[in-house]
Design a protein around this ligand. Structure first.
Ligand SMILES: Nc1nc2c(ncn2[C@@H]2O[C@H](COP(=O)(O)OP(=O)(O)OP(=O)(O)O)[C@@H](O)[C@H]2O)c(=O)[nH]1
Ligand SMILES: [Mg+2]
Length: 245
């Protein structure tokens, strides 16, 4: 039986979303026998995200936050979180977006997957019963096409860029070894976990669409280049990853 779990939520300018998300998570957690704590990484937000986080922390005993004085980006927020978690007795951690597009109802699928021995759990749009709701068609197509190329290049999961993902304690070290600095860290995590021989499981999710605030994800040539570089490295490097701190 796994006991100590953490939810990691990177936040950059998520006013109108963060407090609501914590409330929804608390409702979900209340009736379960999980021991879950919530870690919010406030990454130099300039709106009222900090106030919402303070309110959440003041209301619920299982909420903690870490501030970056300035915006360091999604990847650094994740690394900060796992550096902190490595020093706790966390047995697993689940990363989710702050913008209410990841439904807390799916947490039970993640936790069940960990109980069954998975070390990396991906909330997936592309397994049976997984889907997207309200996501523009052009974004659906780009994501689908990207994942198809990825599968051909040897990615072990169908949804390599899902931000709803969990790591067991044995997989925390993967994140400490990631070098990417933006959303490409999501692909890097999966490729390093594969090289380390970790056990994957994809669980179906329906990805919603953000209703409040602006998207921070931008398709750029740089991002495509970084994806391509990671895939090529995956194809040509046969070295097994030895995890060390
Ligand atoms: N800490 C941190 N979090 C970020 C940063 N950029 C995005 N995020 C968070 O990462 C998650 C995903 O970002 P989104 O802007 O929702 O990106 P997306 O899901 O691809 O796109 P949309 O849902 O369409 O907006 C959210 O929780 C954001 O708050 C950042 O620079 N720092
Ligand atoms: Mg989003």
């Amino acid at each position: 039986m796994l006991n100590n779990g953490w939810l990691v939520i990177p936040c950059f300018n998520e006013e109108g979303n963060v407090l609501r998300l914590v409330q929804l998570l608390e409702e979900e957690i209340r009736n379960k026998d999980w021991n879950l704590q919530i870690l919010l990484i406030n990454d130099g937000s300039t709106d009222s995200t900090s106030r919402e986080i303070e309110q959440a922390e003041g209301t619920y005993g299982n909420v903690k936050h870490i501030d970056h004085a300035k915006n360091l980006g999604y990847a650094q927020a994740v690394k900060t979180a796992f550096k902190f978690l490595s020093q706790t007795d966390a047995e697993f951690a689940i990363i989710m977006d702050a913008d209410l597009t990841h439904d807390p109802a799916y947490l039970s699928s993640f936790i069940q997957a960990f109980q069954e021995g998975a070390e990396v759990v991906i909330g997936s749009r592309y397994v049976e019963e997984g889907r997207m709701k309200g996501v523009p068609l052009w974004r659906q197509f780009l994501s689908w096409a990207g994942n198809l190329v990825g599968r051909i290049a040897g990615i072990p999961v169908k949804d390599a860029t899902s931000g709803f993902r969990g790591f067991s304690r044995s997989a925390f070290k993967v994140i400490n070894q990631c070098r990417e600095n933006d959303f490409s860290i999501q692909l890097e995590e999966i490729l390093l976990a594969k090289k380390a021989g970790l056990k994957f499981k994809e669980v179906p999710i329906t990805l919603g669409v953000r209703e409040v605030g602006e998207s921070k994800f931008h398709y750029s040539l740089g991002l495509f280049f970084r994806y391509a570089r990671l895939l090529l490295k995956n194809i040509f490097s046969k070295r097994k990853l030895i995890l060390n701190f």
